[in-house]
Design a protein around this ligand. Structure first.
Ligand code: DP6
Length: 354
């Protein structure tokens, strides 16, 4: 067991092996994730302003396959083709080109090959289900599988950390999609080995109360969101509440540690909802201000709160950077919930068992 935090320089391979395979192919899948403590605001090269914590979403995933062909000489820029749902997508190509540029130092083998990717999601992208998270996590996992083959003696813990490190350079939240069920990314004083460079499996105790939960994502809006997360992060840089928000997130994570340990659903829910509303409040109070929620989002927030009050079922909501709402409750309460509020289960939704 490696008990250390890897440093940036650890992720730069010493040298390329002499006999690179002429061809290789592989296919991986990566889950999306839902942040309970939100990453909102970054500095430098994808360094988060606060620590975030998320749960995986096993039923919201990206599958990506790759075929590679060795070149006679390494190229200047990484040569790749990327098909999403069978088609070229210029916006994705641009993001992936930036990603490859950022990681070429850590993945020098990229330039020795032609890379052909084929990717699909089983959910609508750009709709508030973190598609960039599972998308970049899948790419990073493929690269790490390749590394494992060319550097066979590399330790698995290191490779997982490196996959997360690379994924982060594609999209911050993607760093959390290569580890296990509960991921932490960003340094927090009470979480050993937490750091800003890659995500780790949450190492502290989680009460069995939180073992089997449902995250029902209500697809209230499927269009592309008006302001992307990347633009949103930029607007935090000069935000009047920036410092307060960073402090709040760190304190929320401290409280969440104790809620997770003690099985306190009420505290868990209070923090979860507060984080979601704070995230959107930051959007509404940035310059220029913007609003991603819609009347249906507000309607379902109110319904969730009302149902909780009347049924005494621990049911809570959270939001990503979009209008869709994630309704979270213990699996064991689902039957009761279905009788209490059948309309909730008639909406177009993606149900994740987390
Ligand atoms: C609201 O990870 O999409 O979903 O690093 O610019 O790609 P980039 O941002 P991204 O931001 C996600 C923000 C969030 C909260 C979260 O997932 O923690």
């Amino acid at each position: 067991m490696i008990e250390k935090i890897f440093q940036e320089k650890d992720f730069i391979p010493a040298e390329m092996p002499e006999n690179l395979p002429a061809q290789w192919n592989d296919k991986v899948s990566a889950y999306s994730n839902i942040a309970i403590i939100k990453y909102w605001g970054k500095k430098g090269m994808q360094i988060p302003m606060n620590a975030s914590l998320s749960f995986w979403l096993p039923q919201s995933l990206t599958q990506t396959g790759v075929q590679i062909h060795l070149l006679d000489n390494p190229t200047k820029e990484v040569y790749f083709e990327f098909k999403f749902e069978g088609k070229n997508n210029p916006a994705f190509n641009e993001k992936i080109a930036v990603f490859f540029k950022r990681i070429e130092k850590y993945a020098p083998y990229l330039k020795y090959y032609k890379w052909f990717f084929e990717s699909t999601n089983n959910f609508p992208h750009s709709a508030g289900i973190a598609s960039s998270a599972s998308g970049f996590a899948a790419l990073a996992k493929l690269l790490i599988n390749f590394e494992k083959m060319i550097f066979p003696s590399t330790n698995d813990k290191f490779l997982t950390a490196k996959a997360s490190f690379l994924a982060r350079l594609g999209s911050g939240s993607a760093s959390r999609s290569v580890v296990g069920r509960v991921a932490v990314w960003g340094k927090h004083p009470l979480i050993p080995y937490s750091n800003d460079f890659y995500a780790i499996d949450y190492p502290l105790e989680i009460h069995p109360e939180f073992n089997r939960m449902v995250d029902l994502i209500l697809l209230l809006e499927k269009e592309k969101k008006a302001v992307s997360s990347s633009q949103g992060h930029r607007l935090i840089e000069n935000h009047p509440f920036k410092i307060q928000r960073i402090d709040q997130a760190q304190e929320h994570l401290t409280e969440l540690i104790s809620a997770l340990r003690s099985g306190d659903w009420e505290l868990f829910g209070k923090i979860t909802e507060s984080e979601a509303l704070s995230l959107h409040a930051m959007m509404m109070t940035s310059s220029p201000p913007y609003l991603l929620i819609n009347p249906d989002t507000v309607k379902w927030i109110k319904i969730v709160q009302q149902v909780r009050k009347e049924s005494k079922i621990p049911i809570f909501f959270t939001l990503d950077a979009g209008a869709n709402i994630h309704v979270i409750y213990p699996l064991k309460q689902e039957k009761k919930l279905r009788t209490f509020i059948p309309e909730l289960f008639e909406l177009e939704a993606v149900r994740n068992l987390i």
